[in-house]
Design a protein around this ligand. Structure first.
Ligand SMILES: Cc1cc2nc3c(=O)[nH]c(=O)nc-3n(C[C@H](O)[C@H](O)[C@H](O)COP(=O)(O)OP(=O)(O)OC[C@H]3O[C@@H](n4cnc5c(N)ncnc54)[C@H](O)[C@@H]3O)c2cc1C
Length: 457
């Protein structure tokens, strides 16, 4: 069978590897000059030689079992990060700051000011409140927006402001407003998937990076089929015909038996079909999976850093209603360089000093919103998946759950569908029940021991 894959992110590479290793004639089209998609590296020349800096997908969590097994099979190594998922959040409008790097710091912080105390308290109860909400939903209760969820469950105002921003900036690179308006279950589902809820868990969770950086890793992943990749080959048109699917790139048309569209967002898949021929169903369903535009800036400007000494992996500073996300790459990637490197993103309103900017990149990221989530829950994509010889992969097919594990699973799944096979991903280790238990204990304490009085402290 002759198959085209459009997009060389983790989903396209997963699909390509499986089809190629099963003896199929596969071609991978990538519009950029490298594969990896959102997992990009930037090589920076320092006086001590070049260093590879990650521009996305810098943190791989220990429950990415399917991705890790793929990397192992291909002989690609991981480096364990020296720190766990620590973050610093500062809200200058509300006058609080919080650090989650370890339980001790978290508790000391929690005791240091009333607003930080209220945030920490709610942080510890979020698991219990989320699972209560999701159970009610199963029993037919109405879905709420993420913001309404925080209001209904009487989280303190600081936390209502804090956590959606964390979600938006840290995990999804989505605008904060869109996270707040998204269905609560979509974001709670994502929190659960990322197993990111409690600082207790962060204590235990190990994080990893691609050994040597994304470029090195992807070079290994594609080594068996590198001659099958067409670089700088943006596909602009996909036309389904009775005897195959025509793919058009750089003015050249090529016919395949099947095509997998493994793009960053549904909008990108839609535009290729819109330029060719598409059905009303395809147009309607794909237009629900939209994306949002964002910008990454790699720089060395310490200006927004939370601390000058030990800086947490993620810094999120909110001022005048604008949030700036900043990843401290020396921590995340164990970069051994005396210069501090940062990655800023989000609706900033504040840009780093231009002289200290090394690289900028515009990107499109799946958006978690009501349309996307409803379509995902209804399994609407299944109605067009594989019809007319066209298949869809990418993290966007999981309602915007943008993580490498889901990207891998979606690509491997699409490849199985092409071959008419079943694919059952490995199941990750679940969050230890002790976390739910502790979370419930904190919830009860708040309600029954007069700790609600914290509200007025
Ligand atoms: C800044 C940032 C940080 C992130 N950090 C993490 C992290 O720490 N951990 C984690 O697990 N996940 C992280 N993610 C999410 C993760 O990187 C993505 O979810 C994952 O890489 C998505 O893979 P994908 O295959 O779905 O899409 P992509 O990686 O977006 O790949 C899609 C590919 O399709 C190509 N393409 C699109 N249109 C065309 C066309 N017309 N013709 C040819 N090619 C085309 C693109 O160039 C791209 O290479 C991050 C994402 C971003 C943006």
């Amino acid at each position: 069978m002759k198959i085209a894959i459009v997009g060389g992110g983790i989903s396209g590479v997963a699909a390509a590897d499986y089809l190629h290793s099963n003896g199929h004639d596969m071609t991978l089209y990538e519009k950029e000059s490298t594969v990896g998609g959102h997992a990009k590296s930037y090589t920076h020349q320092t006086p001590n030689g070049p260093i590879n800096i990650q521009l996305g997908t810098s943190v791989l969590l220990e429950h990415y079992v399917n991705l890790f097994s793929f990397l192992e099979k291909k002989g690609a190594d991981l480096t364990q990060n020296s720190t766990n998922l620590s973050s610093y959040f500062q809200n200058e409008d509300m006058g609080f700051h919080i650090r989650t790097d370890d339980l001790k710091t978290f508790i000391i912080g929690a005791l240091s000011s009333s607003s930080t105390r209220r945030i920490s308290w709610d942080f510890l109860t979020l698991y219990a409140k989320s699972s209560h909400y999701l159970k009610r939903l199963e029993n037919g209760h109405q879905e709420l927006s993420y913001r309404a969820f925080f209001e209904k469950y009487e989280f303190y105002p600081e936390f209502r402001n804090f956590f959606p921003t964390i979600n938006a900036m840290l995990l999804l690179a989505n605008p904060v407003k869109s996270i707040e308006n998204a269905p609560a279950s979509a974001v709670l589902h994502y929190n659960d998937l990322m197993q990111l809820l409690t600082p207790i868990h962060k204590q235990l969770m190990k994080t990893y990076s691609f050994a040597g950086g994304a470029k090195q890793t992807y070079d290994i992943l594609i080594s068996s089929f590198k001659e099958k990749i067409k670089y700088n080959s943006a596909v602009d048109r996909v036309v389904s015909e009775t005897d195959g699917v025509v793919v058009s790139s750089n003015g050249i048309e090529q016919k395949y038996d099947k095509v997998i569209l493994a793009t960053s967002t549904g909008t990108q898949a839609l535009s290729m079909l819109a330029n060719g021929n598409m059905t009303d169903d395809e147009s309607q369903i794909l237009s629900n999976f939209s994306g949002c535009q964002n910008k990454l800036i790699l720089h060395t400007d310490d200006h927004f850093a939370a601390f000058s000494g030990k800086i947490e992996m993620y810094n999120i500073v909110q001022k005048n209603g604008i949030a700036l996300g900043k990843n401290y790459l020396n921590q995340i990637m164990n970069l051994s360089d005396s210069t501090n490197y940062y990655l800023s993103y989000g609706g900033m309103g504040v840009d780093p000093d231009e002289a200290k900017v090394l690289y900028t990149n515009d990107f499109e990221h799946p958006l978690i919103d009501r349309k996307q989530w409803t379509s995902f829950k209804k399994k609407a994509l299944n109605e067009i998946q594989g019809k007319r010889g066209i298949y869809y992969a990418g993290t966007w097919t999981n309602a915007g759950e943008g993580c490498h594990e889901k990207g891998y699973i979606s690509g491997r799944h699409a490849a199985a569908l092409v071959l008419g096979e079943q694919y059952e991903p490995l199941k990750p280790k679940r969050v230890p029940p002790i976390h739910y238990f502790l979370s419930r204990v904190f919830c009860r304490l708040k309600h029954f021991s007069g700790l609600d009085a914290l509200k007025n402290i």
